[in-house]
Every structure is written in C-alpha cells, then in structure tokens.
Ligand binder design. Structure first.
Ligand code: TRP
Length: 449
C-alpha cells in the first residue's frame, strides 16, 4: 500500500479510537438492560466469559488481517486469499460486511439522534421554551429526521477529517470525558435511596437464571459491543503501526470495553431502583423490569424529573454521556464504507464521506418513513443474523484461507517475544476450529428456537 496511507499517531490514539468504537450505546444501554432482563449478575458473569473466550479471539482475527493488509475490508480479504474461489468469496464477504456496517449505522443514527434530542430538552427548559422541549421529546417524523440528520452530520464531519485529524483527535478528546461523566453519575446515584437494592440485584448472581437463551443474548451482546464482523476493527487495525503488539492491544480494548459495560451497569441498575423509590413505575404488569427504549426515554427521564433542581444537570450529563458514546462508535461504522470506496475509486475522502453519508441518510429516512415495518427488521437482520455469520467468515479467513506462515509472521510483528506464549500456542488453532464452531452452534440454536 502507498506510503502516504494515514496511521494512528500513537498506541494511545489507537486504544482511544478502538475503545471509542467498542464503547457505545451497546455498553451503556444494551448491556445494563440485557442484564436486567436476564436476571442480573449471572448474565454479567457469562458475558465476561464469552467476551474473552469468543469475542476477543474474533477481534484478534480482524486486527491481524487489517494490519497485515493495510487496506479496507474487501481488499484485505482478497489480499490474503490465493485461489480464484477464495478471492470471489473474499469479495462477497467483504462487500456484505460493508453493506451491514452501513445498515447498522442507518439504525444507530436514529437511536443516537434521540439521545441528542433528550440532551437538548433540558437546555430548552432552561431557556424557558417548554413548547420546544415537548417537541424534542415527542415522536414526530420531523423530530426524528432532524435529530438523525444532526447526528449523521457530526459523524460525517469527523470522518471527513481523516484518521488523525478526525477519528483519533475526537476519540482522544471524548473518551476521557465519557469516563469522567460516568464516574460522577455513578457517585451521585449511589448516594440516593434505593441504590443499594439495585446494586444487590446487579452484583449477587442467581445462577438458576442460566439458560441457553441467556448465553445467546450474552454472545450477541459481546459481538455488538466489540464492533465485530463488519470490518470495523479490521480497518482500525489497518491504521496501526507495525511496532505495536496486537494481542496486547486487543486484550486491552476487550478489557476496557467490558469494564465500561460493567460500570454502566453500576449506573443504570441502581438508577432503576432509585426511580422506583421515587415513585416511578419500573416494572411492567407481569413483573418484568422495564427495559428497551422505555427505560431510557421514560424511566430515566421520570427519575430526573423526580430529583428536583439537580434533575436538569443530571439529565444533561446523562444524555451527553450517551451522545459521546454514540459518536465515537458511529464514526467507526462510517469508516468501513468510506475507506472501501475511497481506496477503490480514488475519490478523495471528503467527497466519499459526503456521498456515503447521503446514501445512509437516505436509508435512515426510509426506515423512519416505515418505522414499524423496518426498524426492528434492520436491527435483527444486521445484529442477530449477519454479525455472527460474518464473524464466522472472518475466523475462516484467518484460520483456513490465509497462509499460516504469513499469519504467524503478522502476529510476531511488533512483539517477537510472543513466540512460545499461550496466545501463540493456542490462538491460531482456536480461531480455526473452536471460534467458528462455537459461534455457529450458538447462532443455529437461536435460529432454531
Ligand atoms: N460497539 C458499539 C456499541 O457498543 C457499536 C458499534 C460500532 C458496532 N461499530 C460497530 C456494532 C460495528 C456492530 C458493528 O454501541
């Protein structure tokens, strides 16, 4: 690849960007609600096991292929394939990954747009514009379109500025802010009545809740949270210097991502019990904890309302947290189609970003116009069905199609002492047999049920 291809400027830059991609609505919203609806701490334990046993090895496959090929997902997979058939497969899988990454962004931008409106609502209230505030939290097509558009605009602006000037710069600025806001919010929630009850539900495992569907939910959650399957981590790996040790950086990203998900649970689950203490309805009629969108857009706003004067700044902090988490993830999704088209056509990055952004904006608008038919469908198509299959395919490329000696050479690059370590002995075989079989088995079970 050309010498002028951009790279992250440092190890920290890469970690911030990759952790920024991984840490998103999936961590702060998905993980706690999955935990709540799967019986608390037992889910947390299973999630951590799967994150390191299945998601981490799959993450490594993407990072290693990406850094070796130094190219977008399609070119990278073609580059490690030697036969005509495997090259055709590479093109198919790569293009499918690009499509799924774009579709994930098309629904993610809608949800993230809602976070932006809830962030603007307290500001409208402070400006004494209750009419604007209620428009912002209503569910009109115009409001959804506008908020999705604002969010897409922010994502496009960052991607148009490139790797160091866009992705790295904004991830490095925003991720520490995210952590700081989160710590403050946890500290505040913990002082409230009811928090300890929530903490108990979250931290004391009830293993009688273990079931195949819990394991499946945990795997899906881990794959979504680590941004796997669609070439996101592959393209970030392609911007990483050869001097860095991939297994270490990958482990760090997995750890930070799971750690933040765990922290988010410390915030959200106690907050639900504080809300209950304050008289907010938090359980449905059949005794289930309210999860999904209602948790974020009803339970928590009611909680903020019940807090008195401090409610407004707390709401502001919470929805800033959500928006930050979403932006550093959405840029990593947009980078997948943008890098592919820019590298294939030689159209410059800015023009490509506008082009791809406009197409995804169009898809999101179509989803908004047919919300009931398309919204859930696109989420299931991408995250439930496509991500695991693509994850399996990437493991097959790393384990079967790629020449073993090249693979081993890439693992050693930047980390010669790795030879003889546990990772060196286990991972190449693991990614060849265990990963695809385990992912596939879990997946088939979900489709059958
Ligand atoms: N991991 C992010 C989250 O937890 C979302 C995300 C970013 C993603 N890039 C992705 C999900 C690629 C799937 C594929 O919110």
């Amino acid at each position: 690849m050309s010498a002028s291809r951009e790279q992250f400027s440092s190890r920290t830059g890469f970690i911030m960007a990759a952790a920024g991609s991984a840490i998103g609505l999936g961590n702060i919203w998905g993980f706690p609600t999955q935990t709540a609806s799967n019986g608390g701490a037992a889910f947390v334990v299973v999630y951590f096991i799967l994150a390191f046993l299945l998601a981490y090895p799959a993450l490594m496959a993407e990072l290693i292929i990406g850094r070796h090929a130094r190219a977008n997902v399609v070119t990278a997979l073609r580059g490690i394939s030697t036969g005509t058939k495997s090259r055709a497969l590479a093109t198919t899988v790569g293009c499918y990954g690009v499509l799924i990454a774009s579709l994930i962004l098309s629904f993610y931008a809608i949800v993230a747009g809602w976070m932006v409106t809830y962030l603007l609502e307290p500001i409208a209230l402070l400006a004494e514009r209750p009419d604007a505030a209620s428009w912002l939290t209503g569910f009109s097509f115009e409001r959804n379109l506008l908020s999705m558009g604002i969010f897409m605009g922010m994502t496009m602006a960052i991607i148009a500025s490139g790797i160091q000037g866009g992705i790295e710069k904004w991830s490095t600025r925003l991720m520490p802010m995210l952590l700081a806001i989160m710590v403050c919010l946890i500290a505040y929630v913990m002082t409230q009545d009811g928090a300890m009850e929530g903490l108990k539900v979250y931290l004391v495992p009830d293993f009688s809740q273990l079931s195949p569907s819990l394991v499946l939910d945990a795997m899906g959650q881990a794959f979504f949270s680590l941004s796997l399957g669609v070439g996101t981590m592959l393209i970030y790996g392609s911007y990483l210097s050869n001097k860095e040790s991939l297994p270490k950086l990958g482990a760090m990203v997995t750890l930070v991502d799971s750690g933040i998900a765990f922290f988010a649970g410390l915030l959200i689950i106690p907050a639900i019990f504080v809300a209950q203490q304050n008289g907010v309805t938090v359980f449905t009629e059949d005794g289930q904890m309210i999860a999904g969108p209602d948790l974020i857009f009803q339970v928590l706003p009611s909680l903020f309302d019940s807090m008195g004067d401090i409610g407004l700044p707390v709401a502001l902090a919470f929805f800033s947290l959500m928006t930050i988490a979403a932006v550093t993830s959405s840029i990593s999704m947009l980078e997948v189609p943008v890098s592919f088209i820019a590298e294939e056509t030689k159209i410059n990055r800015k023009a490509t970003t506008v082009l791809v952004g406009a197409v995804i904006f169009g898809i999101s608008t179509t989803i908004l116009l047919n919300f009931d038919q398309l919204f859930g469908f696109v989420i299931d198509l991408t995250t439930v069905y496509s991500q695991p299959i693509l994850g399996v395919m990437l493991c097959i490329f790393a384990g079967w199609i790629w020449h073993r000696s090249n693979l081993l050479q890439e693992i050693q690059s930047g980390h010669p002492e790795i030879v003889g370590t546990l990772f060196w002995k286990i991972w190449p075989t693991y990614v060849r047999y265990f990963c695809p079989i385990l992912i596939l088995a879990t997946f088939i079970q979900s489709v059958v049920n």
